[in-house]
Design a protein around this ligand. Structure first.
Ligand code: CTP
Length: 398
């Protein structure tokens, strides 16, 4: 880590790397320490954070970390450190480590737009790229001090994706050092979002599901090597890299799409909030105020999840994961639902708690298994909750 306001985001990157199975040593430059303390990273990695070439000299720390690392990630990377790397300077622990390393290097530049556009920075970046360094970003957006423009560090997910790519590529000496891809060779069918049940050409009955939880699961599964089909109700969210997206609108559409794709799935993860009922008929023309208040008769929708379980019968595939959006008491209701639905795993969350669940970036869930085991996942980003769900699911696929 080098000295930039984006240093705080490195904590999330480190957490994601550890969740993916990496062992992470953090080196902070003096500048990085001005922005964020080392204790955060020692807590996350369980290892000492280093900054000083003059510590542990007999251990050869100034070169040892670089010699042994499978990859170096510099996040964020200042213009100054990029300049030093381009010129082979080695006046601190980060740069001695980089010079002693012959494996992949990923840098995520972060600086003001003027510094990014400066010919000196451009020339240094060209040198680094020519040497095989992977440069991720920068992105555009707000910068320190109220400015905005190109120079913002990319999000940790982009660095993870770049790192997976460089590590998956065979090294020049033929050795392969791969990040764990425990879902390689598996196919997951994931549903997401809230279905829309049409009343007339302009109106629908819907729900508050944003699709974020299902998208996070699809993204994490793809990063871990799975082939992912994501059947989603209308959502503004971007399709995660490498995921095959199938857009649907109503519960009926979702049912049809799931039937089409379930045959190839090792697991079906039903994160969608599917409407249980739909208007009996969709009016062909718009209902007008002058028509007076309508009476809407509802009829039952298919239970998509129950259909998957019924068609599978006693067969081993697909393993089915259900979700339960509860309000209030979780455990008893969730246990009952797990049994009633005949799923292998049930993910329950309390949607009445503000800040988690519907429309939120975070979630907190209780994961129940059929054999009575359970795991409580306290409030965390949906990306981390997705990783916890996938970690619980993986052993069920064997
Ligand atoms: N589900 C489904 N099709 C429906 C309704 C729900 O596939 N028509 C799936 C959801 O994707 C989720 C789980 O079933 O995985 C949610 O079930 P639950 O919350 O129990 O909804 P209901 O079955 O509607 O139960 P209830 O309304 O009694 O709580």
């Amino acid at each position: 880590m080098t000295g930039g306001i984006a240093a705080y985001k490195a904590a999330l990157l480190v957490r994601r790397l550890i969740a993916a199975g990496a062992i992470v040593d953090v080196i902070m430059t003096r500048g990085a320490r001005e922005f964020i303390g080392p204790v955060t990273f020692e807590g996350l990695t369980g290892r000492n954070v280093r900054s000083d070439v003059w510590e542990d000299v007999p251990d050869g720390t100034h070169v040892a970390l670089g010699q042994h690392a499978a990859a170096i990630v510099i996040y964020p990377a200042t213009a100054h450190t990029l300049a030093k790397l381009a010129n082979g300077l080695a006046d601190d622990l980060l740069t001695t480590t980089a010079l002693a390393h012959d494996g992949p290097v990923v840098v995520a530049p972060a600086m003001h737009t003027e510094m990014w556009s400066h010919p000196a920075t451009s020339a240094n970046l060209s040198t680094l790229r020519a040497r095989g360094v992977t440069v991720v970003g920068p992105a555009s957006g707000p910068l320190m001090g109220g400015d905005s423009g190109t120079g913002r560090v990319v999000e940790p997910e982009e660095v993870l994706a770049a790192l997976r790519d460089v590590l998956a590529a065979p090294a020049p000496d033929g050795d392969e050092v791969a990040m764990p891809r425990p879902y390689a060779g598996r196919t997951l069918l994931v549903t997401a979002g809230g279905t829309r049940e049409a009343l007339d050409p302009v109106r629908f009955l819907g729900n508050r599901s944003s699709g974020r939880m299902g998208f996070a699961i699809a993204q994490a599964a793809a990063q871990q090597g799975a082939t992912v089909v994501l059947v989603t109700a209308p959502s503004e969210l971007a399709t995660p890299p490498g995921v095959r997206r199938v857009d649907v609108v109503s519960a009926d559409d979702m049912d049809a799409a799931v039937r089409l794709h379930e045959g190839v799935a090792d697991a079906v993860v039903m994160a969608a909030a599917v409407a249980d009922f739909r208007p009996e008929a969709q009016l062909p023309t718009k209902w007008r105020r002058t028509d007076g208040p309508p009476t809407i008769r509802l009829v039952a929708n298919p239970d998509v999840l129950a259909g998957v379980v019924a068609r599978r019968g006693d067969g081993p595939r697909p393993v089915v994961v259900g979700f339960a959006a509860q309000t209030g008491e979780l455990e008893t209701a969730a246990r009952e639902k797990l049994a009633a639905k005949g799923v292998e795993m049930l993910v329950a969350n309390d949607v009445s708690v503000p800040g988690i669940g519907f429309e939120s970036r975070d979630n907190a869930v209780l994961i129940l298994h059929r054999d009575g085991r359970q795991r409580d996942v306290p409030t965390a980003s949906k990306a981390l909750v997705a990783e916890a769900i996938l970690a619980e699911l993986l052993p069920l696929l064997d």
